[in-house]
Design a protein around this ligand. Structure first.
Ligand SMILES: [Mg+2]
Length: 220
C-alpha cells in the first residue's frame, strides 16, 4: 500500500514538473509573419549579400594567386534559394504546399535571379572559372530550369546537374557529394561551393563552403 501511494505521489510530481517545464511554442501565424518581415525588410537579401560577398572575395583571392593546384578551377552553386528565388511562390503557398505544387511552380520557369549570386557567377565566368549548378530538381525539369537560368542571366554555364536514376531517392547530401566527386574526378578543383542548405555543402569535394540563409524550409 505504501509503495502504491509513493508511486502515485512520484507520478503526480512528474506531471506537475512537466506542466511547469513545458512552454507553449510560438504560434505558427507569428512565425509566418516573422518570415515575411525578414524578407520584406530587406534583411534576408542583406544576409544573402553578406555571404555571397565573402564568397566573391575568396574567389578573387584565389584568382589573384592563380592557385588552382594544377587543375581546372570551378565553383558549384545550388539553384533554389541560392541562384534563383522561389519567394513569391512560397508566400502564395503560405510557406507550405505539396511537392507537386512546389514543382508546378518551379516548372513555370519564372524564378528571378538572386542578385548577389549572379554577381559571383559573372565574376567567375569573366575569369575563366567554370560554374556548375548542382540541384535537387529532377532530370525531367532540365529544359524549364535551363530556360529559367538563361532568362535570369546565368549565361554560358558549364553544366547543369539534376537528380536522375538512383539519385532521385538519395538524401540530398549523398547525391550532391557524389556529383562533386565526379567533377573532381574530371579534373576540376572546386574552389567554392555555395548553397542555402547544409545538405548542399556537407561531404567535402570543395576547398571552401558558403552557407546562405534560408529560414523558409529545410532539406535534410
Ligand atoms: Mg537550395
Amino acid at each position: 500500500m505504501f509503495k502504491k501511494t509513493l508511486s502515485f505521489f512520484v507520478s503526480c510530481l512528474l506531471i506537475a514538473s512537466a506542466a511547469v517545464a513545458a512552454k507553449e511554442p510560438v504560434n505558427l501565424a507569428v512565425i509566418k509573419h516573422k518570415l515575411e518581415r525578414y524578407h520584406d525588410s530587406g534583411e534576408y537579401l542583406h544576409d544573402i549579400s553578406d555571404v555571397a560577398t565573402k564568397a566573391l572575395r575568396y574567389l578573387e583571392l584565389r584568382v589573384e594567386r592563380g592557385d588552382f593546384k594544377g587543375k581546372k578551377p570551378a565553383i558549384v552553386l545550388d539553384i533554389d534559394e541560392t541562384s534563383l528565388s522561389n519567394y513569391p511562390d512560397m508566400v502564395r503557398l503560405d510557406f507550405g504546399g505539396t511537392i507537386e505544387e512546389i514543382r508546378q511552380d518551379e516548372d513555370k520557369g519564372t524564378d528571378e535571379a538572386i542578385e548577389p549570386t549572379l554577381k559571383l557567377y559573372r565574376y567567375a565566368k569573366a575569369h575563366h572559372i567554370a560554374v556548375f549548378f548542382i540541384t535537387g530538381r529532377h532530370e525531367e525539369e532540365r529544359q524549364v530550369t535551363e530556360e529559367n537560368l538563361q532568362k535570369a542571366g546565368y549565361l554560358n554555364h558549364d553544366g547543369l546537374i539534376l537528380r536522375s536514376g538512383d539519385y532521385k531517392k538519395a538524401p540530398a547530401s549523398v547525391y550532391k557529394t557524389a556529383m562533386r566527386n565526379q567533377l573532381t574526378e574530371k579534373g576540376y578543383d572546386i574552389i567554392l561551393n555555395m548553397g542555402d542548405q547544409q545538405s548542399d555543402l556537407r561531404g567535402g569535394y570543395a576547398d571552401k563552403t558558403f552557407k546562405l540563409p534560408n529560414p523558409y524550409y529545410l532539406i535534410p
